[in-house]
Design a protein around this ligand. Structure first.
Ligand code: ZN
Length: 131
């Protein structure tokens, strides 16, 4: 289902089949920090690194890259990012198959909360792809 209304029953965490961490940067200095962070993450955790997106793409208002990871990586990677995000804004969101809810309702922000373009996701709701 898609939408912003919560059902009355709590959603089972088994509906989460993975996570994304999106690491944002605003300029060359922050991009350099993001590069260090990217290598540190890859050296320590089982992640699938996404490509660099030097222009805003999809719902994301700033350049970024994405790291995809499994649910069993979350308890180690997330607190590590809390301590080591190098001043960068990081969005951690679950993947439940409902991209609108995953980005608009369920996300965990480390650092600044950015204004995602949720309307972009609504326009593509129900179609295959990832954000
Ligand atoms: Zn994502």
């Amino acid at each position: 289902m898609t939408g912003t209304l919560q059902t009355t029953e709590p959603q089972d965490i088994a509906t989460i089949h993975g996570y994304h961490a999106h690491v944002y940067y605003r300029n060359e200095a922050e991009r350099a920090e993001a590069a260090v962070l990217r290598n540190q993450i890859k050296a320590r955790f089982e992640v699938i690194p996404g490509r660099w997106r030097d222009q805003p793409v999809g719902p994301h208002p700033l350049p970024m890259y994405q790291m995809a990871f499994a649910t069993d990586v979350f308890p180690a990677l997330t607190p590590w990012l809390m301590l080591n995000r190098r001043g960068l804004t990081v969005l951690v969101h679950p993947e439940t198959g409902d991209e609108v809810s995953d980005h608009a309702i369920h996300p965990l922000w480390l650092g600044e909360v950015l204004d995602l373009d949720i309307d972009f996701l609504r326009a593509f709701a129900g179609r295959p792809g990832s954000a």
